[in-house]
Structures are given as structure tokens and as C-alpha cells.
Design a protein around this ligand. Structure first.
Ligand SMILES: [Cu+2]
Length: 496
């Protein structure tokens, strides 16, 4: 199987090479600020990414064919330097125009990688050369940014996900080594209902009015004879592209401090992670250092969230580090941690129940800076309204990919507070492009100092977050759950 894959890659490489010149010309004539063929020949890029088909060997008998970066999954780990400009060549060897989004970075619209903002597509069988100043420092990632809708072979359901680590100018280095983990599912399929238990967020405070509105809308829909809207489930689960037991174990020594950089690369899933007998000292959320680093027994990551956490290896054995959901873990969502000198079968022990509370990593005390303006957003679900899929609305409007109309208008330099109300029972990992935000209130609890780019908003809960309008240009806000995003859960900000 290894030989087959190598042959396939060689064949792909030759085909791409022979077509290189026409591709460059096409990219240039499309009007995107790409490189001229002469420039491309004269200067090598710092990074080259090829979007194309590849095989992912999740296990010896589980090899899937999907769209990947550089023929591998996850895509190559890109280690960039804060404050050092880079040039990236992105080649698209597929038949579909692509967008590559630099998630969590504060980049200009031209390179951010979202057509809704106006980023030019990477043409099918073409390329773009882009250049940008990486930042902010910390754990970021890159992924495709299309809206596959009902096509579960497209978008982030495939293998187009990779990790970015932007080295800070000053690194405290309170660890012995780093391990990067990419959590990702494969083989998606549609299902009706079958929601899993999502009762893991604290505080658990719900807003009665939101609950009544959401529940009565759902009851009315079911009474009209509608089925529950489609959900997505998966049959294969992996960490770093391998199912539990099929990749190299993480080999550790007693006393070592291992810094885990964990990315939830899922299109739709919320993940948990535990390592029996160990605790995680969370030092950063979404790549940004937290004010209060705290030991926790379990990590929870919404779609596209990242956690950086140090584990002191002080419990020798052979362990399964994995998802709390037995179904997902036994189908691959885990990785073996192996202490030097220990042998035997990897052991999983279910941790005691534990709730995920962002505010434990924040500053306590009085509320921070007051915003210049509060923007209210209410999220509603229109059960099974769009060809059996749930339609999602922000303030009553499902985003139109045809009109691409900005809903909210910003003035540069102002501080905005988004007050988000979830009138559905789903958890929404909402994401703001090109800006970081600070959590100021989570389900009724005041907090400060936690800077993120994705936050999970619990069912019938409210979250408030502040951001400064300091990066002019169209800015996309959306739920990072692909099925929600593709069916209406997006809005655009513009600067006026
Ligand atoms: Cu959502």
C-alpha cells in the first residue's frame, strides 16, 4: 500500500509540473493579485501548499481517498515567526476553485481566505502566491473555506486541515517538548436527529425566554409533521490522521513536562479529551495565553477551537489519551501515551464527570473596559426548513451566498460587544474572522482576559464578547459547525 501511494504521488507530481506554466498564466489573468510567471520562477516561496487528492491511511485496512494539503493528512505543520513576512504559494490541483483560510490570524481580506469577504479564489488547476505578516503568535490552523452544503465529500469534511504554529518573539519555555494533536473524523453520513448529550458546559444557566421560543418553534414544526433536520455523523475517527492504536504512541519519560497543542479540526463535532491519571494545565486557549492557567482533568474543544496544555508525566504506564465518548474513542478518537520502560496493553479509565467552564481561565474581579456599542445577535433554528436541513438565522436572516450583504457596520477603532443569544438547544462554536475577541460574560458569569477566536455558546444560553474594530475590511462571523454555517449561520461585518 505504501508503494501504491508513492506511485500515485509521483504521477500527480509529474502531471502538475507539466501543466505549471498555463496554471500561472491563468491565475494572473483572473485578476487576482497573484504572481507573474517570471516572479514565480525567480523567487521560491517560503511555503508551498498543493491542494489535491491524497490517500489517508487511518489504519492498515482503513485507507480513504480525499482532498488534502500536500498529499498528506493533516497538512504540513507550518511553523511561522511572529513579525516575519512570508510568501506562500498555494496550488490547486482540483477541479473546484478553493479558499484557504488562515484561522485565528488577523490578516487582510485579500489573503484571509473567505470569498464572502472578497478573497479571490485559488482557481481550479491554478495557483495564487500570497504574502502576509503572521500573527498573533500561538496556535493557529489553516483549512478550506467553502460551503459544501449537502455534499459531505467537500469542504472541511475532507482532509484540508493543517496546523500553524506562530513562534512568539519571547517564549517562556516552561516545558520539555511539544506535541501537536489534530483531532478529525472521516466518512461522514447524514442522520436524522440522534443528538448526543451536550450537557458539559458550565455555568448551566439558561435564559427562560430563549428556551420557550426555541422549544415552541420546535414543537410547532414537529406538529406540522416535519421530521428533525439532518445531522452529520462519522464512522472513522483519528488523531494526527491515525485511528487509536494505529499510529506511533507518544513516548514519554517520567517527570517530563509535555506541552500539547491540540486542534479540533472537525467539520462539525465537539470533542473531549482525557489522559487517565493525569491533568492538563491549560496555558492557552485558541493560541492565546490565558490569565489564569489552571489544572483540569478533561478538555473540551468546540469545532475549530484549540487548547495548549502542559501535562506533567507523573503516572507511569501505557495509557489511552482519548475522547470521553466510548463510541468515538473505540472507533479511533484516541492516541496511546507510552512511558519509557513500560509494556502492556493501553488502559483507558473514564474520568469523573467534569464541566467545561471558560471562566476558570479568566480574570476574576470587576468587569473590564466598557464597549462603545453593543451589538445584539439572536440565533434561531428553522427545523428541517431547507431540503430537510435545519436553516439557521441571525436576527431573523439566513445568510445569502448570492447577495453577500453585510449585516453589521463597524467604525474603525471602536470597541464592540457582541451579545449573543442562542434560541436553539444546539451548542454553537461561533467564530469571528480577522479579529480576536475577549470573553466578558459567559452564561451570566462575568469574566475577562480570555482572548479567543471561537467560543462555544450553549443551548438557550447567552455569551458576550468584546472586540476592537482594528482590521478594516469585510469580516465574516459564522458558526464553525459546517452544517450550520452552510445553511444560513453567517453574517458579514463591514467598516464604514
Ligand atoms: Cu452552530
Amino acid at each position: 500500500m505504501t508503494i501504491d501511494r508513492r506511485r500515485l504521488l509521483q504521477a500527480g507530481g509529474i502531471a502538475a509540473l507539466s501543466a505549471a506554466l498555463p496554471q500561472l498564466v491563468r491565475a494572473q489573468s483572473s485578476g487576482s493579485p497573484s504572481v507573474s510567471p517570471q516572479d514565480a520562477a525567480d523567487h521560491a516561496a517560503d511555503q508551498t501548499i498543493r491542494i489535491g487528492n491524497g490517500l489517508v491511511e487511518l489504519a492498515p485496512d482503513r485507507i480513504i481517498s480525499t482532498t488534502t494539503y500536500n498529499g498528506q493528512f493533516p497538512g504540513p505543520l507550518l511553523r511561522l515567526r511572529e513579525g516575519r513576512q512570508i510568501v506562500v504559494d498555494i496550488h490547486n490541483d482540483t477541479d473546484t476553485p478553493e479558499q484557504l483560510h488562515w484561522h485565528g490570524q488577523t490578516l487582510p481580506v485579500d489573503v484571509d481566505g473567505a470569498s464572502e469577504e472578497g478573497t479571490p479564489f485559488i482557481p481550479a488547476h491554478g495557483m495564487r502566491r500570497i504574502s502576509f505578516m503572521p500573527g498573533p503568535a500561538g496556535l493557529r490552523f489553516y483549512h478550506t473555506h467553502l460551503t459544501p452544503g449537502a455534499d459531505l465529500s467537500g469542504g472541511q469534511y475532507g482532509g484540508q486541515v493543517g496546523t500553524v504554529y506562530i513562534e512568539p518573539k519571547h517564549e517562556p519555555g516552561r516545558y520539555d517538548r511539544e506535541v501537536f494533536l489534530m483531532l478529525k473524523e472521516f466518512q461522514p453520513a447524514l442522520s436524522r436527529g440522534g443528538d448526543m448529550d451536550m450537557d458539559f458546559l458550565a455555568p448551566a444557566t439558561r435564559v427562560k425566554a430563549l428556551e420557550e421560543a426555541g422549544e415552541s418553534a420546535m414543537r410547532a414544526s414537529l406538529a406540522r409533521g416535519m421530521a428533525h433536520g439532518f445531522e452529520v455523523g462519522y464512522s472513522l475517527f483519528s488523531i494526527n490522521g491515525r485511528m487509536l492504536g494505529h499510529g506511533d504512541p507518544i513516548r514519554v519519560k517520567t517527570g517530563e513536562r509535555v506541552l500539547f497543542h491540540i486542534v479540533n479540526g472537525s467539520a462539525t463535532e465537539i470533542r473531549s479529551l482525557a489522559l487517565p491519571g493525569h491533568s492538563f494545565e491549560v496555558i492557552a486557549l485558541d493560541g492565546n495565553p490565558v490569565p489564569t492557567s489552571t489544572q483540569v482533568p478533561v478538555l473540551w474543544l468546540g469545532t475549530a477551537e484549540r487548547i495548549s496544555a502542559v501535562v506533567e508525566m507523573n503516572h507511569p504506564g501505557i495509557w489511552v489519551m482519548g475522547d470521553l465518548a466510548d463510541d468515538d474513542r473505540t472507533r479511533g478518537m484516541g492516541i496511546v501515551v507510552e512511558y519509557a520502560g513500560k509494556t502492556g496493553k493501553p488502559t483507558w479509565i473514564k474520568p469523573a464527570p467534569f464541566k467545561w467552564d471558560y471562566t476558570r481561565f479568566g480574570k476574576s474581579g470587576p468587569a473590564g473596559q466598557a464597549p462603545d456599542e453593543i451589538i445584539e445577535m439572536t440565533f434561531t433554528k428553522n427545523n428541517a426548513a431547507n431540503q430537510g436541513f435545519n436553516e439557521w438565522r441571525i436576527n431573523g436572516v439566513a445568510f445569502s451566498m448570492d447577495r453577500m450583504e453585510p449585516m453589521f457596520h463597524l467604525r474603525q477603532g471602536k470597541r464592540y460587544r457582541l451579545r449573543m443569544s442562542n434560541a436553539s438547544d444546539d451548542v454553537h462554536p461561533v467564530h469571528l474572522h480577522r479579529h480576536s475577541f475577549e470573553l466578558t460574560r459567559v452564561a451570566g458569569k462575568t469574566t475577562g482576559g480570555i482572548v479567543k477566536d471561537v467560543v462555544m455558546l450553549g443551548g438557550y444560553q447567552q455569551v458576550e464578547m468584546d472586540f476592537v474594530a482594528d482590521n478594516p475590511g469585510r469580516t465574516l462571523f459564522h458558526c464553525h459547525q459546517q452544517l450550520h454555517m452552510d445553511f444560513g449561520f453567517m453574517a458579514l461585518f463591514d467598516y464604514v
